[in-house]
Design a protein around this ligand. Structure first.
Ligand code: GRG
Length: 295
């Protein structure tokens, strides 16, 4: 089951309040943009679409889109539609990833994956419908600033493409693990970090971020993706009863140190490249949240 996006109250009240305020707006925007087939088409597609999106998960990525906008001086309301596009892409990737030809998942968010309930064909159509809708939404996302919409569109193409989610999934499918260089192997979590980058960048692009800010956000996203991945690995380690206790403890200590250094760099970058304000503070809290939780 997915945990609600609620950081520890003692340290993270402002993010938790923010999420509580924004989540209903995100939910109603998702509903407004649902790519439904006409009612007279008597197919299971619309029901399957509903199943894919609701009740949904933590909605972490749309929150990142709103924060990306605010970080560069924009307003969350301006990018609610783009946040929907990001959640559509995320949902589409989960539906694809769960298919028998991919990860062949048995469970998603505590229940059977979409394709197990509605069949592979309907699942593929739902995933394509969501992806298609996402491109359309972003084209219309900044009517008075067509240049921004074009850049946002290009960012989606880059994120989903061969150097992003599709490339990351291809690595997974091949069972290949490119050799890690330095502290962390960035190709290992390409499919995760590409979408985190898209989420945070899209809001910023649509609110006029400059190239330097976008470069900093791309690095923030990469670090958040790394922290997420290491956290995931630690969780797997905890569930692995074969690893001897001494190795488990040493690996755990190393993993925690690595998470700490990714999160510390996120915070340093935010402080150096952006004005201090509520959005930067919430992104810091979100970094701590990602480091603590697993899907
Ligand atoms: C064409 C969009 C597209 C993708 C094709 C299938 C594929 C390539 C990529 C798979 C990407 C994937 C499933 C990455 C894993 C991402 C991940 C960490 C999911 C869990 O995220 P949470 O915990 O999920 O935020 P919730 O349930 O909260 O939404």
């Amino acid at each position: 089951m997915t945990a609600p996006l609620q950081p520890h109250a003692a340290t993270s009240q402002s993010l938790s309040d923010y999420v509580a305020e924004m989540r209903p707006r995100i939910e109603s925007s998702l509903r407004r943009h649902l790519p439904l087939t006409p009612a007279q088409f008597e197919t299971p597609y619309n029901e399957a679409l509903e199943y894919a999106l609701f009740p949904g998960g933590k909605r972490l990525r749309p929150v990142l889109t709103l924060l990306g906008a605010e970080l560069v001086g924009g307003r969350a309301e301006e990018v609610l539609d783009a946040a929907v596009a990001v959640e559509f892409i995320h949902t589409s990737s989960l539906v694809f990833d769960d298919l028998p030809c991919m990860d062949d998942a048995r469970e998603r968010r505590g229940r059977e994956p979409l394709h197990r309930r509605y069949g592979d064909g309907v699942a593929i159509l739902v995933a394509l419908g969501l992806l298609n809708a996402a491109y359309g939404i972003v084209l219309d996302a900044a009517p008075s600033e067509p240049g921004r919409a074009r850049r946002a569109h290009a960012e989606i193409v880059e994120c989903i493409g061969p150097r992003g989610m599709v490339g990351g999934q291809a690595i997974d499918l091949a069972g290949a693990r490119a050799a890690g260089s330095g502290e962390f192997d960035a190709t290992r979590n390409l499919k995760t970090s590409a979408l985190i980058r898209l989420a945070v960048s899209l809001g910023a692009i649509l609110c006029g971020a400059d190239a330097r800010q976008l470069g900093a956000l791309a690095r923030v996203a990469e670090l958040l993706g790394n922290a997420y991945q290491i956290r995931d690995d630690l969780h797997d380690l905890d569930e692995d009863s074969v690893t001897p206790a001494s190795t488990h403890d040493a690996d755990h200590t190393l993993g925690r140190e690595r998470i700490g250094s990714q999160v510390a760099e996120v915070k340093r970058l935010l402080a150096r490249e952006f004005d201090e304000g509520p959005a930067a503070a919430r992104l810091r809290e979100l970094a701590d949240f990602i480091a603590r939780h697993r899907a």
